[in-house]
Design a binder for this molecule. Structure first.
Ligand code: URA
Length: 260
């Protein structure tokens, strides 16, 4: 592969071993990208810190892997996924947080997302609205089996990926803006009736982009809000426990994926 420098990620193929990594964990939160690398990768090595995007190289099962940051939302995710693909990454597991909209999916549960209702503007730059935002089915099964094996409560289901945390997820009580567009009023109830499990902000774009680029993508999402009860995020300790459960599922899933 000709040398590539990823402008936004802040590193390039010259910073990677040969053969290079083909697998990446992708977290919205740079601290989570770092925590995954430091706690779970063998010989973690900081590659870059650029524009809030933290990237680490390490290994798992004797294979080089990356732990990187998507940033929040579709536009940032689209740049990171494009650059990771240019650097040779072919499998991406998003490790994120989410709000449940189903009463039986409590905080602490991990949602293994099989597909997304993709209401994301950035995805419309890649494909028409009818394009399916689906996770890789084999990676999704691997992640769900990993969760079952290590005993993490999980559900496999459809996620709603939207562009905003407040208006786009029908938040008013915790938002500066009490006004919702008419089309957003009642949306959560409608999605619940469609058996959509949760709201988040990156998986739909990641799935769309990965299908178009020929990558395998999956998502494990820690439930940190229960929207049938409240708009609020649970307390810090409860949220951290949920995130650790999602990380454990992602890492066990990655081990299985890399060993197959
Ligand atoms: N992330 C979201 O997008 N929504 C939530 O409610 C929690 C995390």
């Amino acid at each position: 592969m000709a040398a590539v420098h990823a402008h936004h990620l802040g590193f390039g193929t010259d910073d990677l071993p040969s053969p290079g990594p083909t697998f990446a964990f992708l977290s919205g939160d740079p601290d989570r990208a770092e925590a995954i690398a430091l706690a779970h990768l063998h010989e973690p090595w900081p590659l870059s810190r650029n524009r809030g995007l933290v990237s680490y190289l390490g290994s798992l099962e004797g294979t080089p892997v990356l732990s990187c940051t998507s940033g929040m939302g579709g536009p940032s995710t689209s740049i990171v996924v494009n650059e990771l693909a240019q650097l040779g990454i072919r499998t991406i597991v998003r490790v994120g947080t989410t709000g449940s909209i189903q009463p039986h999916v409590a905080p602490g549960t991990v949602v293994v997302s099989q597909a997304a209702l993709c209401r994301q503007g950035a995805a419309r730059d890649l494909a028409p609205a009818e394009f399916p935002a689906a996770a890789d089915p084999f990676l999704t099964v691997t992640l769900a089996e990993a969760a079952a094996t290590i005993g993490v409560p999980h559900v496999v289901g459809v996620t709603a990926s939207v562009d905003t945390f407040f208006e786009g997820q029908e938040r008013t009580a915790t938002s500066f803006n009490p006004m919702l567009l008419r089309r957003n009023v009642g949306m959560t109830e409608e999605y619940r009736a469609l058996r959509i499990v949760n709201f988040e902000m990156e998986a739909g774009l990641l799935f769309t982009q990965s299908l178009i680029y020929g990558l395998a993508a999956g998502a494990v999402l820690a439930v940190i809000a229960q929207r049938t009860e409240s708009e609020r995020i649970v307390g810090a300790d409860e949220a951290e426990a949920a995130v650790q459960a999602a990380i454990a599922v992602a890492v066990e899933g990655a081990r299985r994926w890399l060993a197959r």
